[in-house]
Design a protein around this ligand. Structure first.
Ligand code: GDP
Length: 429
């Protein structure tokens, strides 16, 4: 059976932990989009890890970890991460890389930096991992697929076709040195040697795995609101963050994705620019940021402080709907235990009217949060194993949020560790 794990919001919802937990029973964990621009934090018996490109199944020696064709593959980052994991006593994981996956080139990273530099104050807050230039090239049909590494002659010809276009921009827009094709060929030769043992026709591999009844997990990065079509465009990422893209980014039929676990954090956080209706500021935000996640809400990739806000029912309802959610995993609930009163955003007021439907970007910029204040539970809920044992106000909080978003919360995460999870029967399911 194929399951997807995706985010409902802006990312950083705790997908890594959920994937790590569900990966225990998975034969295959596969990344289908995104690149090294975001990270998952995973805490397990081996320690605490920030993974950027490795699938979260790398800690289970029975799991095959796959980089799907939809991923922006930064080869040195990938292998450094693999080296780091193995150096910390994790057994060498089983890895496969799609032959159709495209490669993040050194010039993609350079272009990302140059563009942010050029935009200055009005920049997108890119992580400068080359993701936007990478996907631009992919859809402009000048990207480089992994399989091209194995034919040097045609690879050089391809680079020679790409270079004049890049060089015009490098010289005239950014005033930087032109591409050096010989140096690029050397780099790509090294890349080839690194990936060679792992390259695979992934969609064929998955077709067989599905026929054999294998448990397959599609691992999403970021969340619905960062989707280029359905998110807060243009403050989005460059590849689709939706479960439905899991079919495209891996090469499987869409109807094979039977379960979609959408991870939703019990409060909000976001990195980068863009409208964030339930955002809070000052001491209120600082305290939640300090207490948030596992050791504070700071970007797993960048270390940047995350923007903080209350749980946003409007954005989460939309986020879950676009994912095609079958199950919601409601995470990081334990963090809210210090609050006497917990505001929740239940509507957006736009030009004097209140809506619970998530609007397009121009309207979103004008939205003001409509807050409802719930009672807190004022205690530590870590270590609690069953839903019934949770304090009444905590259950009320979960049930209120569930009713607002309209999708069943079947997992409640009350701590960063794999075992900090409460399974729950939802009335909605
Ligand atoms: P992802 O990109 O969606 O995987 O999210 P991140 O890993 O960037 O951020 C989630 C953070 O919250 C990490 O530091 C996790 O270890 C932590 N985390 C996940 N679930 C829980 C939870 O239920 N409680 C607490 N306190 N931390 C959690």
């Amino acid at each position: 059976m194929v399951k997807a794990i995706v985010g409902a919001n802006w990312g950083d919802e705790g997908k890594g932990k959920m994937t790590d937990m569900l990966a225990c029973n998975a034969d295959i964990v596969i990344r289908f989009q995104g690149g090294a621009n975001a990270g998952h934090t995973i805490v397990n018996d081996y320690g605490k890890f920030a993974l950027h490109t490795l699938p979260s199944g790398v800690f289970n020696s029975n799991t095959t970890n796959i980089i799907g064709n939809g991923v922006a593959l930064n080869i040195p980052v990938f292998f450094n991460e693999l080296k780091e994991v193995v150096s910390r006593d994790v057994p060498m994981p089983k890895i496969l890389i799609s032959d159709r996956c495209q490669i993040v080139m050194p010039y993609h990273i350079a272009f990302d930096e140059y563009e942010e530099e050029r935009l200055g104050k009005s920049s997108f807050g890119s992580t400068k991992s080359g993701i936007a230039p990478f996907y631009s090239d992919k859809y402009a049909k000048i990207g480089i697929q992994v399989q091209e590494l194995f034919d040097e002659k045609s690879l050089r010809e391809h680079l020679e076709r790409i270079a004049p276009q890049k060089n015009v921009i490098l010289e005239h827009l950014y005033h930087k040195p032109a591409l050096d094709i010989d140096a690029l060929m050397e780099t790509l030769k090294e890349y080839k040697e690194m990936v060679e043992p792992y390259v695979c026709d992934v969609s064929l591999y998955l077709d067989n795995a599905i026929k054999e009844g294998k448990e397959i997990l599609l691992e999403g990065q970021l969340g619905t609101l960062k989707d280029p079509d359905h998110g807060i465009y243009p403050m989005v990422t460059s590849s689709s963050t939706l479960a439905s893209y899991g079919a495209i980014g891996t090469g499987i039929p869409p109807y094979e994705i039977k379960q979609i676990v959408t991870v939703c954090k019990a409060y909000s956080s976001a990195v980068g620019a863009g409208a964030f209706v339930s955002e809070i500021f000052g001491e209120e935000a600082d305290e939640l940021r300090r207490r948030g996640g596992d050791g504070g809400e700071y970007g797993a990739t960048t270390g940047r402080p995350r923007r903080m806000g209350w749980f946003d029912c409007v954005a989460s309802k939309y986020g879950c709907r676009l994912q095609g959610t079958t199950d919601v995993a409601f995470t990081v609930l334990d963090v809210l235990g210090y609050l006497e009163k917990i505001p929740v955003c239940v509507g957006y007021e736009i030009d004097g009217e209140v809506t619970t439907d998530f609007p397009t970007t121009v309207k979103l910029e004008k939205a003001k949060p409509v807050l409802k204040v719930l009672d807190g539970w004022m205690c530590d809920i870590r270590g609690i194993k069953t839903y019934e044992e949770l304090p009444e106000n905590c259950r009320k909080y979960i049930e209120f949020c569930e009713e607002q978003i309209g999708y069943p919360i079947t997992y409640v995460s009350n701590g960063p560790k794999r075992e900090d999870i409460i399974k729950r029967k939802s009335a909605l399911k």
